[in-house]
Write a protein that binds this ligand. Structure first.
Ligand code: NCD
Length: 322
């Protein structure tokens, strides 16, 4: 596994939350919170990363993650390039690494990578020059570390604690990198009642999600929880298996007001988006008073600012740039 830390212990890459300890995660969350502003106020800006260049290299669709990485880098004063993958020479057969070496020759300092293939962010991290950082923006079904951090930040803002919370992750867990990163971050932060709630076909393998309880009953899964994380049915990752019918899925697994009422009365509802309204979640719930789905989006920029500041900021602080 790729080492994410520099020899001095500072964060160089962010590929997974799995190997970060509680202190390292809390530091990132505390720093993220300093970048959060209420809507209507201007977002924070600084010149911390002036002179640095961040490249977004996305080979899978993305709206929120790509835009928020771009805004995060710009609000810290960095230059940003967005690689349009359809136009890139990767489609002409150039390997991902050659694209990366090209960007490196253009003085890119951080590469933000989303790819459907497992291992790509790690491969890139293992091959870049020592001054370059790699940040995963979603790796196959395995890892989405900045999403895990923004989910934890959103929970903390509403609940002011992690200990003692009951959290249900509901739906297509098998194919979800969001669920895997959520499990890693919430476990590290001390959540002990973490429930995996899914139909048999969408359950993860038996050796995954250790320490979670598993249930195939949405009623049991939601009972008394403080946090409900709904997931999109990841149609693009089903391969040969049958994609569930939307209406049937909603009837059995959709978060309706009736099902939401099983949770605590102050429970929050989360969804990483994109949402399939009327499939995994009813619109009245997604737009209702318990939903924090838009807070998640806002927090995404703050988390990505914190991560960029963390991985590049030590170099900025050391006077690496004029
Ligand atoms: C998620 C993803 O791409 O993993 N989206 C996101 O980054 N917020 C979830 C999804 O696609 O369902």
């Amino acid at each position: 596994m790729t080492e994410q830390l520099r020899p001095d212990g500072s964060l160089r890459h962010l590929l997974t939350l799995e190997t970060l300890n509680r202190g390292q995660i809390e530091r990132l969350l505390d720093r993220s919170q300093t970048f959060v502003r209420p809507l209507g106020e201007p977002p924070p800006r600084s010149a911390l990363l002036a002179g640095f260049t961040v490249a977004n290299l996305f080979t899978e669709p993305s709206t929120r993650t790509r835009v928020s990485f771009e805004l995060a880098a710009k609000r810290l004063g960095a230059d940003v390039v967005n690689l349009e993958v359809q136009l890139s020479s990767r489609v002409k057969g150039e390997s991902m690494l050659d694209t990366v070496y090209t960007l490196q020759a253009l003085h890119v300092d951080a590469l933000v990578i989303r790819d459907a293939e497992a291992g790509v962010p790690g491969l890139v991290a293992d091959n870049v020059a020592p001054h370059v950082s790699v940040l995963s923006a979603g790796e196959a079904h395995l890892s989405h570390p900045t999403q895990g951090l923004l989910d934890a930040l959103t929970i903390y803002q509403r609940k002011q604690r992690f200990a003692g919370l009951a959290v249900a992750i509901v739906g297509d867990i098998r194919h979800s990198r969001v669920a895997r990163s959520a499990w890693q971050v919430l476990r590290a932060l001390g959540v002990t009642d973490l429930r995996i709630v899914a139909p048999a076909a969408l359950m993860p393998a038996a050796d995954e999600f250790q320490g979670c309880t598993r249930t195939r009953s949405i009623t049991k899964g939601l009972e008394g929880v403080d946090v409900i994380m709904m997931l999109r049915v990841q149609k693009e990752r089903f391969g040969e298996a049958e994609v569930p019918d939307g209406e049937k899925y909603f009837a059995a697994w959709g978060l309706t007001p009736e099902r939401l009422a099983l949770a605590r009365s102050n429970a929050i509802v989360m969804h990483p988006q994109p949402m399939n309204r009327g499939v995994e979640i009813a619109s009245v719930v997604a737009d209702g008073p318990q939903s924090v789905i838009r807070d998640q989006v806002r927090n995404g920029v703050a988390v990505r600012m914190a991560v960029l500041a963390e991985v590049l900021g030590t170099r900025a602080g050391a006077g690496a740039r004029p």
